[in-house]
Every structure is written in C-alpha cells, then in structure tokens.
Design a protein around this ligand. Structure first.
Ligand SMILES: C[S@@+](CC[C@H](N)C(=O)[O-])C[C@H]1O[C@@H](n2cnc3c(N)ncnc32)[C@H](O)[C@@H]1O
Length: 165
C-alpha cells in the first residue's frame, strides 16, 4: 500500500471513529478534550459533529489554520503532561470524550506518551467516557471497544471507561 493510501485510510478511520463516538456519548453530558491541535483539522471536525459541546484543546503550540483555531479560553498550551494536571484542577470529572492525536510515526514514543497520559485522564473522565486514540494503550480503567463497521482492526482505537469509575 502506498503512503498516500495508508494516510487516507488512517484519516478515514479517524473521522469514522469520531463520528461513531458522537453516538456513544449522546446520553453522557460533558465536555470534550482534543489532545493535539496540529493543523486543527480534527478539532474543526469535532466542532461540526458536536456543535453543542464545549471543546478544549491541548498542544505545545498553535500552528493551526486560522479558521480551525480554538478560542483562547478553550486552549491549554504547553506539554500535555503539565496542562492535563491544570485541567483536572479547573474541571474535575466532567469529560465525556477525549480525542488523542499526539502521535508521530514513532510507535514506541507514542505508546510511552500514552502511558503517561492515561493516569492524568483518570481524574477527568466521567464514567462511560470514550477515548478515541491514534495510539493503542492498556490501562486498568479503559476497556478497548470495537470501532465502527468497515474500519480495519488496529488502525484507530476506541476505549471506554467502566461505569464504576
Ligand atoms: C498529529 S498532530 C495533530 C493533528 C491534528 N489533530 C489535526 O487533525 O490537524 C500532533 C500534535 O500534537 C502536539 N503534541 C505532541 N506531543 C505533545 C505533548 N507532549 N504535549 C503537547 N502537545 C503535543 C504536536 O505539537 C502536534 O501539533
């Protein structure tokens, strides 16, 4: 498969998993976190599919298209391992959905980052919250759940917190 085809499949999986998650959290009121603003493409998509939700975005810096840049009061700028601690103080347990798109092509460092982020998300996520992730991870609180139909296994990942969290 060419790099272009692989990229298209990953982006298709990302979009389909985000759309699928809207259904999964429809009865779970709460805020949404986007970890990794980048160009702002997936943030822009989230704004369209979840127009009624507050969406907070985390990145080291702003490098997004102007039309895809969140308002300043919805941005956490800095290392996500620091800003998630700050967010926990601000919000507590109010997060219904997290999209994690921090990854590079380096799977090992992406997984290492994920293992740091998981415990930081625990005080923030509501029971039944969903994490949509570009990186596979394992954690006691998150159960891997099936993605939407048509997405090749292990192209994008969905996790849900147990309702007893
Ligand atoms: C793949 S891009 C995100 C793409 C974006 N979701 C989009 O659709 O355009 C990854 C982003 O994560 C950010 N990032 C990676 N590691 C980070 C960290 N430890 N703390 C904060 N931001 C980080 C990078 O600066 C980069 O903007």
């Amino acid at each position: 498969m060419s790099k272009l085809e692989s990229f298209i499949r990953r982006m298709t999986a990302q979009r389909d998993c985000l759309n699928h998650t809207v259904e999964l959290i429809k009865d779970l009121p709460g805020i949404v976190f986007e970890l990794g603003l980048g160009n702002g493409r997936s943030y822009n998509h989230l704004c369209q599919i979840l127009p009624e939700r507050e969406i907070y975005v985390f990145d080291r810096r702003i490098a997004s298209f102007p039309s895809c840049t969140p308002p300043e009061d919805h941005l956490f700028i800095g290392e996500v391992t620091h800003t998630l601690l700050k967010a926990a103080k601000v919000f507590g347990k109010k997060v219904a959905m997290v999209h994690v798109d921090l990854g590079t092509s380096d799977t090992v460092s992406s997984k290492q980052m994920m293992s740091k982020i998981c415990p930081l998300l625990e005080p923030l996520v509501l029971p039944g919250a969903v994490i949509v992730s570009d990186t596979e991870f394992h954690g006691p609180v998150w159960e891997k759940i099936p993605g939407p139909m048509g997405i090749k296994k292990d192209r994008y990942f969905l996790y849900q917190t147990s309702s007893g969290l």
